[in-house]
Design a protein around this ligand. Structure first.
Ligand code: 13P
Length: 287
């Protein structure tokens, strides 16, 4: 059964580790993430962007697929199904479809409007026992056509949003979706510490988990980050494994063109990436 991310994140904050959010794009991907979480006895959050939602034939299809897998694969670790960077309307649709967690990304609205819309969604999520993530200060880079400049969040604005009763807060601290540029200045731990000071116990979320050096990940966790989002790194490993399989001509050998064989190397590569991240984030054995 899908669960809200609340308990797993509070435990992670107290235990000084982070739960990974791995964005999913298809059935093989989802199965790989779930099997790895089960094998490593780690809690996990499956992230779904609005674009991935459309690609996978809508939120109801995803809820059906994930619930089916939890049952058929006998997954017993805590799993949350979470909308990533949702619009207000997208969040409502996911709540209706059976997601157990949503992110409302109101970071591009003026703060008053972000507060108003977040307040409404907090009320709905509370009534249904779902977790909700809010964002202050946009995350840099491009994701699903949404381009952010990577500003650092204002700690006072973070406090205003945290006080609305959200479960977790994503604060921009110089992090960027996708690959980090050569001249990236690194995470702003000054901002992170200032945000933590204002929001107290609120579990913090680090987006753009791909390509952040290990020491920065560990320092971020020590400063209150309890959830780390990874998307691009799984995409890169899936694509690379598939490309190597095709370049080796394996798709032309025997029954190598069978989609089950063609997608198997990508699915295995995702398992390896998820395992590496869970070990780094410290969530192994924490289910
Ligand atoms: P990356 O694609 O950089 O791993 O970021 C993922 C993310 O933050 C999803 O919200």
């Amino acid at each position: 059964m899908l669960v809200s991310a609340k308990d797993m994140l509070n435990k992670a904050r107290d235990g000084k580790y982070a739960v990974g959010q791995f964005n999913i794009n298809n059935l093989e991907w989802t199965k790989s993430v779930l099997l790895t979480a089960q094998e490593l006895q780690s809690p996990v959050i499956l992230g779904v962007s609005e674009g991935a939602g459309k690609y996978m034939c809508g939120y109801k299809t995803i809820v059906g697929m994930v619930n089916g897998m939890l049952d058929e694969l006998k997954i017993t670790v805590p799993v949350a199904l979470h909308l990533d960077h949702g619009s207000y309307e997208g969040a409502l649709k996911c709540i209706e479809a059976g997601f157990s967690s949503v992110m409302f990304d109101g970071s591009h609205y003026p703060i008053a409007e972000n507060i108003e819309k977040t307040t409404e969604l907090v009320k709905i999520c509370d009534e249904k026992g779902l977790s909700i993530e809010a964002e202050v200060g946009s995350i840099g880079g491009e994701e699903d056509g949404v381009v952010g400049m990577g500003e650092c969040a204002d700690p006072d604005e973070c406090k205003s949003i945290a006080d609305l009763g959200v479960t977790m807060l994503a604060a921009g601290i110089g992090n960027i979706h996708g690959k980090y540029p050569e001249n990236w200045a690194g995470l702003s731990f000054e901002t992170l510490a200032a945000v933590k000071e204002k929001v107290g116990d609120m579990p913090l979320v680090l987006h753009g988990g791909t390509g952040i050096p290990e020491d920065m990940i560990k320092k971020a966790i020590s400063l209150g980050v309890a959830k780390i989002n990874v998307n691009t790194e799984c995409q890169l490993s899936f694509a690379d494994a598939t490309r190597k399989y095709i370049e080796a001509g394996k798709d032309l050998e025997g029954k190598g063109f069978d989609p089950r064989k063609l997608l198997a190397p990508g699915a295995e590569a995702i398992k390896a990436t998820v395992k590496e991240k869970m070990e780094l984030f410290g969530s192994v054995g924490k289910a």
